[in-house]
Design a protein around this ligand. Structure first.
Ligand code: UT7
Length: 322
């Protein structure tokens, strides 16, 4: 039996930090409102000339170094993102070229905040099928370029970043199971109103903004993150006592607290980065994973449960032995 094993992780955050106090100067909000309603204290924001692929390259370099692999080893690149550099070519090919990775399959997956979990699940299937020996899997966003900085209901929430993992085949158990799902009926609760075949010509810079029914999204997010966690555990006859760390998508601290309450699990088991990263969409899960590994909380042999939820709605989980 072949499993996929995570052999290296990395993250990259743009240098520029925007605090809640900075936001108070540009929009009608307060540090107190943002902290109490979301838990967010700061977020990283990319420079105008930074591209999502630039963030990916930096995160990938760190993950590759930790894994002890070179560009010659990589034979699959999968990137979860909603904010690619260009409509085409896909961002994975841009990263491939920038890093000098030899010809291999390279593609992106768009599943909003669930993008990394979709990408990791896809790469796992390539590895288990025997088609791939070393996959670079990334979740990355420069979501702040989609933000209307005058819209206080959304601009305080988001941040930029990239997280990467290197996956290799192993005879020892690594990724145990993955579960993906989506329900398109919720599209109107969270979306960006411009696409290639929709309003593209009419849209000018700054004309569009993220449309979100915050309260409704909040409720579905709590329910879905909890049910997707249970689905993964039930499928493997495990309970939360068997899980060392839950690594959820980081949208709002209150969502994480409500999820933990629903699952009857302590917040001490939940890796939390929303306070310092904000909501980085597809980048949030791999960056939280990397934070937990690098600060020494996540150790080899432990059982991790990655859960995510995003626009669509999309959702998914990855249960793995690290
Ligand atoms: O990544 C996955 C997708 N995103 C999410 O999962 C986000 C899910 N939703 C949320 O996190 C929360 O719903 C928000 C943080 C977006 C909003 O929190 P809330 O507790 O649901 O607030 P609300 O939307 O009910 O707004 C309460 C009040 C409103 O004022 P009134 O109508 O009660 O007078 C808003 O106008 O707070 C006001 N408000 C703000 N005030 C200060 C909204 N945004 C702000 C702000 N600063 N930034």
């Amino acid at each position: 039996m072949i499993y996929s094993q995570i052999v290296g992780t990395g993250r990259y955050l743009p240098e520029r930090i925007m605090t809640n106090a900075d936001l108070e100067k540009i929009v009608d909000t307060t540090d107190e409102w943002i902290r109490t309603r979301t838990g967010i204290e700061q977020r990283h924001v990319a420079e105008d000339d930074q591209k999502t692929s630039d963030l990916c390259v930096e995160a990938a370099k760190v993950a590759m170094e930790e894994a002890g692999v070179t560009v010659e080893d990589i034979d699959l690149i999968v990137v979860g993102t909603t904010s690619p550099d260009l409509i085409f070519p896909n961002i994975a090919t841009i990263i491939q070229h920038k890093m000098g990775i030899p010809a291999c399959a390279a593609f992106s997956i768009e599943a909003a905040c669930t993008g990394f979990v979709y990408a990791l699940s896809t790469a796992d299937k390539f590895i288990r099928a025997g088609d791939t020996k070393c996959a670079l899997v990334i979740g990355a966003e420069i979501i702040t370029k989609l933000i209307d900085w005058g819209d206080r209901s959304t601009c305080v929430l988001f941040g930029d970043g990239a997280g990467a993992v290197i996956l290799k085949p192993s005879e020892e158990q690594g990724i145990v199971s993955t579960h993906l799902g989506a329900d398109g009926q919720y599209k109107d609760l969270l979306y960006y109103p411009v696409g290639v075949s929709n309003n593209l010509a009419a849209a000018g810079v700054g004309d569009s903004r993220i449309i979100m029914s915050g309260n409704d999204v909040f409720k579905v997010a709590v329910k879905t993150l909890s049910s997707v966690a249970k689905e993964a555990l039930d499928a493997n006859n495990l309970s939360l006592d068997d899980v060392d760390w839950i690594i959820p998508h980081q949208a709002n601290l209150r969502i994480l607290q409500a999820m933990a309450k629903r699952l009857k699990v302590s917040m001490d088991k939940v890796i939390q980065t929303v306070q310092i990263h904000g909501n980085t969409s597809a980048a949030s899960v791999p960056m939280a994973l990397d934070v937990g590994i690098r600060d020494g909380r996540i150790k080899r042999g432990q059982t991790l449960l990655l859960v995510a939820f995003g626009g669509g709605f999309t959702w998914g989980s990855v249960l793995l032995r690290y």
